[in-house]
Design a protein around this ligand. Sequence first.
Ligand code: THU
Length: 161
Amino acid sequence: MKKIKFEASGHLYENMDELPQEDRCLMEEAIKATQSSYAPYSQFKVGSALLMEDGTIITGSNQENAAYPSGMCAERVAIWKAGATFPNKKVKSIAITANSPHKIVDRPVGPCGACRQTLLEYEVNQQEPITLIFMGEVGNVVKTSSISEMLPFSFDGSYLH
Ligand code: THU
């Protein structure tokens, strides 16, 4: 037996103004996308924006449902929209943000486990990492260079064939 360590690394920015221009523009699209959030139950409005390899931007927002589990996160709305619209285009990066009328979201909002798993599927298929950039409404921004980094010992299709 030996002890092992698994850790993610990335960059922490003081706020979005510090981001490289391409990332900042993508985050601005994610912020705009929160406006289309349908979150009457949680009021937690999440926006996401994907940058495709050719510069196309695809946005998503969370869509809730009176039958709570039937709602969907912003990240999966966006990645499935991308997959369904441009099945052959690679995804370069995804920006995520959230805001709420109840409190200022001042910590980075990382994608939930199910969204990480869903994003991983696309990252594995395209054989190129997807950069993840996430923040709250204000404050620090986290940037990591791949989805797999955020999911150690992840499960993917390679186990099945
Ligand atoms: N939500 C997202 O859209 N993305 C996440 O990664 C975490 C949670 C949404 C789902 C639900 O509409 C609301 O935030 C509260 O959980």
